[in-house]
Design a protein around this ligand. Structure first.
Ligand code: ADP
Ligand code: MG
Length: 626
């Protein structure tokens, strides 16, 4: 049902990178040879810590090397820049209080910037360094010149506003990169899972990262994902799990040794690292050991932590993620059961208790087949592949698989948009009334190739009311069909003389699978001949009734004014046309209608004279008036 876009094959040098610019980690991926692939560093690690350190003398240090400088140079080692980007100091006061480096207001830009002491840098500059590191990694892995890699797709959280997206674009520009598209993280995750191929799919993306939690409800309509609800907490994530372990162990250390280990920043940083390690081990082991030694302070602490204990410590945090899920479902007007796919994203979804909690909420396990830390980057690469033409048959021009039309009063279909029209498409058709003084018209919108309403799929009905009473055939009702890029059909009907209108919006593809479309088409082919014949009979009867109605209306006049022979001929043809009402013999009906039309020519002439006489009379009246 799809047509590929015709266009130039993109050049190999047009390779577009997919970048997940994360709060704690960033990744770069490409789409090549039919699949997405995350590019690893020399150390084999796919994650680039989103950390940049600016030594007083010397070039900025990025990634793992910058992480090592965190304790050494906390005022000049910037992490979580994503929390600052595109925001003003007012927006993020709470944020700033927790950061070891100095965030100040920039008069010039009206936004938060970082004061290194000897100079001020923007969050965009920090992100630019990370983006450049991604580009350099790709160049190295792919053995390409870094300058040849200029185009990128970057993911951002679904809730990012325009300022935050613009600032992200600005970061790329600073890095000398051209942003081909900004994609929301949940959309990228859904793309990575290939959910863009499922019709009318509803997806929940549960993304629990290091310091942020986002849950999004997406709806897929004709290859386009729409985020219909988001919820979350920008201060909820794996860091909370680390902190839970750290706080319990620090309390025990204080009990045992009387030392408040959390007071010293370096000890605190060390404890946090040990805690994170223990947490990660507990994702695959039943228990893990927490070991902390500090000979100078007289501390020798070790403790086994089993998964059950850890689980109890993190219950409140996990409960909060579920509360957000419930809110997002509510906003999206969905229930756990109405969701087709649940996807796990973010390193913290590796915690078995988190998985179990999500599974319990949705009554089934969530999908975690793709590495939850890589899934967003891989989706970005797929989007890059689509834009670069690498992903075949994915970015497609949609066409409407079946014709759309209006059912007439006689039960036949008047097609308005033909099947295989590329969407968006618009078309218009004129209709009129059937009965004198008719003030309302009912429209049945049908889909399919068959000639009769009853053999097609009825999509909806609506009524145009308030038409001023007029003789049958006089109202001019324009019906416009507009099928938009999202596959929504909007139908507008308007009576042109009075201006009264009505409209309806429906989703023609709703609940229709490709197989059903195919069987509807096959049906139409098979019945085409018979359908046409039936339709012809109906159309002829309709014509017959119209002529008969006109003749009856002027019967008295005909009887009084026509010559005897003319009148008898008309009378005979009228009776014949009435007698054939039940016939399905198109030829016979056609003969009757032709005879009646011929016999009524004299009457028509009479009527025309009458109209002309009236016009002359009116003329005279108006002459008198002037
Ligand atoms: P972000 O999108 O915020 O940059 P990530 O998706 O990279 O975050 O997730 C980082 C978080 O995942 C960290 O808190 C990290 O400790 C946690 N994490 C990574 N691996 C595991 C694991 N095996 N078990 C539990 N948590 C993990
Ligand atoms: Mg993330």
């Amino acid at each position: 049902m799809k047509l590929p876009i015709l266009g130039q094959e993109p050049q190999a040098s047009e390779l577009i990178l997919g970048i997940d610019l994360g709060t704690t980690h960033s990744l770069v991926a490409v789409f090549q040879h039919g699949e997405s692939r995350v590019l690893g560093g020399d150390d084999g690690n796919n994650l680039i810590p989103s950390v940049v350190s600016f030594p007083e003398d010397g070039a900025p240090v990025i990634g793992s090397a910058a992480v090592e400088r965190m304790q050494l140079d906390p005022l000049r080692t910037i992490y979580s820049a994503k929390r600052l980007i595109g925001r003003s100091v007012e927006d993020i006061e709470r944020e700033i209080a927790t950061l070891p480096y100095k965030v100040v207001h920039s008069e010039k830009r009206d936004m938060a910037v970082i004061d290194l002491g000897d100079r001020v840098i923007t969050p965009q500059e920090v992100s630019a360094h990370i983006l450049r590191a991604c580009r350099d990694r790709a160049a190295k892995q792919l053995k390409l010149d870094a300058d040849s890699l200029k185009k990128v797709v970057i993911t951002v959280p679904a809730y990012f506003d325009d300022a935050q997206r613009q600032a992200t674009r600005r970061s790329a520009a600073l890095a000398g990169l051209e942003v081909m598209r900004i994609v929301s993280e949940p959309t990228a995750a859904a793309l990575a899972y290939g959910l863009n191929k499922k019709e009318n799919c509803k997806v929940v993306v549960f993304d629990l990262g290091g310091g942020t939690f986002d849950v999004s409800v997406l709806e897929l309509h004709d290859d386009v994902f729409r985020v219909i609800a988001t919820a979350g907490d920008t201060h909820l994530g794996g860091d909370d799990f680390d902190r839970a372990i750290m706080m319990h162990c620090a309390a025990e250390i204080r009990e045992q040794s009387g030392v408040d280990v959390l007071a010293a920043p370096s000890a605190r940083a060390a404890l946090r690292m040990i805690s994170e390690n223990v947490k990660k081990q507990l994702s695959s082991n039943e228990e893990a050991e927490f070991v902390y030694h500090d000979a100078n302070a007289g501390i020798a602490y070790r403790r086994m932590i089993d998964w059950r204990t850890f689980q109890n410590w993190i219950i409140p945090h996990v409960q909060r993620t579920l509360d957000h899920c419930v809110n997002a479902l509510h906003d999206a007007k969905q229930t756990p059961d109405s969701i087709d796919e649940i996807i796990l994203v973010g390193g913290s979804t590796r915690v078995p208790f988190v998985k179990a909690a999500v599974a319990q909420l949705f009554n089934r396990p969530a999908n975690d087949n793709i590495n939850p830390e890589e899934v967003v980057a891989r989706g970005a690469a797929i989007q890059a592949g689509i834009l670069g033409g690498e992903v075949k048959n994915a970015l497609l021009l949609d066409v409407t698989p079946l014709s759309l039309g209006i059912g007439t009063a006689e039960g036949t279909v008047s097609k308005i948009i033909n099947r295989n029209s590329a969407i968006p498409v618009q078309a218009k058709e004129g209709f009129t009334t059937y009965v004198d003084g008719q003030t309302a018209v009912k429209f049945t919108i049908v889909q399919g190739e068959r000639e009769l309403v009853k053999d097609n799929r009825t999509l909806g009905e609506f009524e145009l009311r308030g038409i001023p009473p007029m003789a049958a055939g006089l109202p001019q009702i324009g019906v416009r069909f507009h099928l938009d890029a999202n596959g929504m059909l909007n139908v507008f009907a308007k009576e042109e003389k009075s201006g009264v209108g009505a409209s309806i919006s429906i989703e023609p593809k709703h609940g229709l699978t490709d197989t059903e479309v195919e069987s509807m088409l096959a049906d139409a082919w098979q019945n085409a001949e018979q359908d046409l014949e039936t339709r012809r009979v109906i159309d002829l009867h309709s014509q017959r009734k119209n002529v008969l109605r006109a003749v009856h209306k002027h019967q008295k006049m005909a009887e009084e004014n026509l010559g005897k022979e003319q009148w008898q001929e008309l009378h005979k043809a009228t009776l014949a046309a009435e007698d054939i009402a039940d016939s399905t013999d198109a030829k016979a009906i056609k003969n009757c209608v032709d005879d009646l039309e011929n016999a009524s020519i004299a009457l028509a002439e009479l009527l025309m004279n009458d109209v002309a006489n009236n016009a002359v009379k009116n003329q005279k009246v108006s002459d008198l008036n002037s």
